[in-house]
Design a protein around this ligand. Structure first.
Ligand code: FAD
Ligand code: UDP
Length: 430
């Protein structure tokens, strides 16, 4: 009997697996339908030996010291501040729009104060900022909106900015100084040995078993567990009872070039030309040295893996119906970007998962106020984490970190902890 079955080995599922195993002495089965851990954060070495992100470029940035400290247990970091250029009017100019963007684009030599006036003259503020068009036009005016945001957004989302919540384009600020960093968070860094290595270390605990190539729907009912944590799409969990929630997908096209560098910064955006939105060159992000270089093009798609919840009022209304169902489904917690239908960055997902763990600890403490702390209990009764001590454990006597495979569908893969521990020991300096 597992204490928790966790569906999805991305940040939401893996943080909870790690916390529940290491801090609460729970036995966890973490499963994912993909052939690897790390969810959308998964990175690997391509055929040329260059570290690439399989599901598009992922840059870590956060203002949360808690999140940074927590992840620092599992990785060393490489300081990295992401920079983006946008291809506009035949030039590559800094994005977010800043003082240099305006001067370069219009051949001017304005100061910070003057550029603030320049933008104020053009801005068309609305009384109520509702849409992604309102946000940008209200700050920089229609011309810059059309050069930088309208085309990109229509490509990325298949919708006009006027049809999307303000929060989407509000992710990209406007500046009147020369700061050309894409993010201004306190902590900006990349895991030195990549995200997958970070996840391997996170999951290298004897209380965690991982099963890959396994869709929850195919094994539901076959695996005994006490509680479920679900991090996949919430509408799929409920068999799309109220209809499918819309997601936006992407096709990632990878290319390896026979030269050391392909572009001057990590990402170049193409708001107005080409079917793709941006090209990212991984070596900028990872700091890897190599005679060749690998890049990824992002081509937006309506069909495919659900990467982005689409923030607009009708989708929020449909999601609220699913959320109401989720709230009345006993024994299941919905965590992460897909399960909450929220456009969250990775640090927000980590913070959410840490909070869910704190909630579980508080609930358990309230239910068993005199219970022994989990770490001591685990030490005294290995392989048995039932708090009451009443339920017999079908896995008692087996090595921890294994699962019963007899009843599982073909293709299900059991990854043993020894493999994680073995791989993690290779070549790391943290
Ligand atoms: P996921 O990583 O999606 O994990 C969910 C897992 O559940 C998946 O592995 C899936 O296979 C599994 N699953 C689903 N259904 C089932 C099922 N039925 N059975 C078994 N397994 C199932 N954030 C940043 O902070 N910085 C960035 O630079 C950044 N860039 C991004 C770029 C792109 C292109 C995208 C799409 C996202 C980006 N993000 C970025 C956001 C980041 O990817 C997410 O916040 C984070 O990965 C969410 O983690 P999660 O665990 O909620 O979901
Ligand atoms: N955006 C845009 N032009 C750009 C960059 C961003 O119009 O050059 C808009 C677009 O709608 C995009 C949103 O701003 O989806 C958020 O951008 P971000 O870079 O945060 O997107 P993500 O990295 O999450 O895909």
């Amino acid at each position: 009997m597992f204490d928790y079955l966790i569906v999805g080995a991305g940040f939401a599922g893996s943080v909870l697996a790690e916390r529940l195993a290491s801090q609460s002495g729970k036995r966890i089965l973490l499963l994912d339908k993909r052939p690897h851990i790390a969810g959308n954060m998964y990175d690997h070495y391509d055929d040329a030996g260059i570290l690439v992100h399989k599901y598009g470029p992922h840059i870590f940035h956060t203002n949360s010291r808690d999140v940074f400290d927590y992840l620092s247990q599992f990785t060393a970091w490489r300081p990295y501040e992401h920079r983006v250029r946008a291809s506009v009017d035949g030039q590559l100019v800094p994005l977010p729009i800043n003082l240099d963007t305006i001067n370069q684009l219009y051949g001017l030599q304005l100061t910070g104060l003057e550029v603030a006036g320049f933008l104020a003259e053009r801005a068309e503020p609305t009384a109520q900022v509702r849409t992604s068009e309102d946000v940008v036009v209200g700050k920089v005016g229609r011309e810059l909106y059309e050069k930088f945001f309208r085309g990109y957004t229509r490509k990325q989302w298949g919708l006009d900015p006027s049809e999307l919540d303000a929060a989407v384009t509000a992710r990209v600020p406007t500046r009147t100084n020369r700061d050309d960093r894409y993010f201004t968070d306190t902590y900006q860094a990349m895991p030195r040995h990549g995200y997958t290595r970070l996840f391997e270390r996170m999951l290298a605990h004897p209380g965690i078993s991982v099963m890959l190539n396994t869709d929850f729907r195919d094994v539901d009912g076959m695996i005994p567990y006490r509680e479920l944590i679900y991090t996949g799409p919430v509408d799929a969990f409920f068999d799309h009872r109220y209809g499918a929630l819309p997601y936006r997908s992407l096709e990632f096209r990878f290319e390896t070039l026979d030269r050391a560098q392909s572009q001057s910064v990590g990402t170049v955006n193409y708001p107005n030309e080409h079917p793709y939105t941006r090209i990212t060159e991984f070596k900028h992000l990872t700091g890897q040295e190599h005679a060749k270089t690998s890049v990824v093009y992002e081509i937006p798609r309506a069909e495919g893996d659900p990467y982005y919840p689409i923030p607009r009022p009708e989708n929020a209304a449909l999601y609220r119906r699913y959320r109401a169902l989720a709230e009345t489904t006993a024994g299941v917690r919905f965590v992460g970007r897909l399960a909450n239908y929220q456009y969250l960055n990775m640090d927000q997902v980590v913070a959410q998962a840490l909070k869910v763990h704190r909630d579980i600890v508080a609930r358990d403490a309230a239910a068993h106020p005199t219970a022994m702390p989990p770490s001591r209990r685990a030490a005294q009764s290995p392989g048995h984490s039932d708090q009451s001590g009443a339920t017999p454990d079908p896995l008692a006597g087996r090595a921890e970190g294994t699962v019963l495979t007899d009843s599982l569908p073909r293709g299900a893969e059991v990854v043993h902890q020894e493999e994680f521990l073995g791989r993690s020991a290779v070549g790391g300096d943290n």
